[in-house]
Design a protein around this ligand. Structure first.
Ligand code: MFK
Ligand code: FAD
Length: 502
């Protein structure tokens, strides 16, 4: 049967292998402490954590509805590797860094670089981390006081035994995009000022979380609720069990059978009197959870750029090991052109995402100008929607660069593509985010858009000093002006034009 066996692609330290990442940090965050931490973490990811990620994939979570004696338990069993990911996340400060702010305005960039290295090896643990970070951000924005002070300290701790993750339960059967019309869950006021939630949450990811943020409509004395966005308030609830081991106020109906993200439990939950506390003002649920959406959409973009980087790194390594037509793949110009195109997409995505992380860091450390704040609002959905789409295309191309092996399950490569496909769906689909961008433009009377075009044109002005680039820069500048006029007019004319512009 022959003696030839192909060498496998080898995952090397993703920090040391990524010249763009290191160059970006040298330019913006030239701190020895950051470099040595990222280098050590990169080593840990390639030598230790990547194997756990694979273990999460091959040992997906299981729902145990009943114990052997018929008692309902609704226990979601996760793999030992998934549990190790939780401890590691606390130890490495993967959420904490964003709140400790060790490097001032550059702390978010540092945190997101760590997540960028970790993401493709994390067995999707980046999903609960995104929601945990988003929940901490919401709590910070409403004020860290009772009843969420303890939760905040647990979400942002580095101590594994205290660390909590959070869920983000928004989507119901009738609406994931249109949360305002789709939410049927009601909040029944209790005499002590707390609430009990009754409803059905259709998608709840990383459902082994310790707490959640969720939306519901408060019932008045007659049982009536206010429809639409103005009827929604934001609630905090802990996921806990009573003395008999039963979940308090929650029934896990089933786990979703998904195309990808199989490492992580995504459940349908019946809320049947879930004890909760209102976090937002009455009727300000959507606006209050928007802080969470900003953070989770940035995490999503990091995961998208990281998936692209991972497949490009592995494909590059494979090209030095696989021979076809008498020479290594790396010596075939056409193959290298394909890899180069993937590399360009990956670099573009990385720089775009890092710029949004930079803006977030500036805003959180009180350094942001009005332009920065406008850009952060505008670019967060743009970057999320764009990188989500790019990730699917680049990872798919990446799989092809391994030939047939890219299609073989136990190489671990197909999982990258399956997991990329969700990035454009959850946290807002592409079209819904396009409309969000245009609504944001319309609401700011074009100020946000103007800020963006001014920023882009100033970047272009820098490039025009390179004479060979001047004609392209001029053409781009003209196109940008036309686009700005078009979007400006569309945004001023209402929803029908907004959709046309999107
Ligand atoms: C690896 C990374 C993993 C990441 C974690 C993945 C886990 C999976 C988690 C999920 O998928 S959770 C579910 C995510 N769901 C969505 O993203 C919903 C998508 N739909 C939208 O985003 C809609 O645009 C939205 C529900 C927000 C629209 O609702 P409305 O009620 O029609 O909102 P409206 O009237 O546009 O805005 C209401 C308020 O919110 C306004 O404030 P004001 O009342 O003060 O004017 C808006 O300005 C504000 N708002 C809306 N979107 C905002 C925002 N503010 C800031 N940023 C935004 N993006
Ligand atoms: P719909 O809103 O029905 O959208 C269907 C299609 O219509 C989409 O293509 C959309 O772009 C388009 N569309 C909708 N409105 C418009 C419009 N106005 N203009 C143009 N096009 C439009 N949700 C949570 O709350 N918590 C979770 O933890 C969670 N985890 C998830 C995990 C996975 C693996 C998946 C797949 C989803 C998860 N979701 C979660 C749900 C996810 O956020 C929603 O599926 C998503 O927001 C889309 O909502 P929907 O499914 O209701 O689709």
């Amino acid at each position: 049967i022959g003696s030839f066996f192909q060498e496998r692609p080898v995952l090397k330290n993703p920090f040391l292998e990524d010249a763009l990442l290191r160059g970006y940090l040298r330019r913006h965050l030239p701190q020895e402490a950051a470099f040595s931490d990222l280098c050590a973490f990169g080593e840990r990811v390639s030598k230790e954590v990547d194997v756990w990620g694979r273990e999460c994939e091959v040992t997906p979570p299981q729902l145990v509805h009943f114990d052997p004696w018929g008692r309902r338990v609704d226990h979601i069993e996760t793999s030992p590797a998934w549990k190790r990911m939780k401890d590691l996340s606390a130890q490495e400060g993967l959420v904490a860094i964003g709140y400790e702010r060790p490097f001032g305005e550059w702390s978010r960039v540092y945190q997101m670089c760590k997540l960028y290295i970790y993401s493709p090896s994390s067995g999707l643990y980046t999903c609960p981390l995104a929601m945990t970070d988003g929940a901490a951000k919401v709590i910070q924005s409403v004020g860290v006081s009772w009843p969420v002070d303890e939760a905040y300290s647990r979400l942002t701790t580095r101590q594994p035994e205290r660390f909590w993750t959070s869920g983000q339960w928004m989507t119901e059967r009738q609406g994931g995009s249109d949360v305002a019309r789709g939410t049927e869950t009601v909040a029944v006021p209790q005499t002590d000022g707390s609430y009990k939630l009754h409803g059905f949450k259709w998608f709840t990811s990383a459902t082994d979380a310790d707490m959640t943020l969720t939306l519901a409509r408060i019932q008045d004395r007659t049982g009536a609720t206010t429809p639409g966005s103005r009827g929604l308030s934001l609630f905090y609830a802990e996921v806990s069990r009573d003395e008999d081991g039963l979940l308090k106020g929650i029934e896990v109906q089933r786990l979703k059978d998904k195309l990808g993200t199989r490492q992580m439990p995504t459940a349908e939950l019946l809320l049947d009197g879930l004890p909760a506390h209102r976090l937002s003002e009455v009727g300000r649920g959507v606006a209050s959870i928007a802080n969470m959406l900003t953070i989770t959409r940035i995490h999503n973009s990091i995961s998208a750029a990281a998936a692209m980087r991972r497949v490009v790194q592995l494909a590059g390594d494979y090209a030095t090991r696989r021979t076809a037509f008498g020479k290594l793949l790396k010596d075939h110009p056409l193959h290298m052109q394909t890899l180069a195109r993937m590399e360009v997409e990956t670099r573009g995505a990385f720089l775009l995402v890092m710029d949004v992380c930079r803006l977030l860091g500036r805003e959180e450390s009180g350094m942001a100008t009005q332009l920065d704040t406008n850009l952060l609002r505008l670019l967060t959905p743009v970057v999320k929607l764009y990188t989500g789409k790019q990730a699917v295309a680049v990872v798919s191309e990446g799989l092809e660069s391994f030939g047939g092996q890219g299609y073989i399950e136990d190489t671990g490569l197909p999982g990258l593509l399956r997991d990329a496909q969700v990035l454009s769906i959850w946290e807002g689909t592409t079209n819904v985010l396009s409309l969000d961008v245009l609504r944001c433009v319309a609401r700011s009377s074009g100020l946000v858009l103007h800020a963006y075009f001014t920023h882009t044109k100033s970047l272009l002005a820098g490039a025009s000093s390179v004479s060979s680039l001047a004609p392209a820069v001029k053409a781009l500048d003209r196109a940008l002006s036309e686009l700005e006029d078009f979007v400006q007019v569309a945004a001023s004319k209402g929803p029908a034009y907004l959709e046309l512009a999107a």
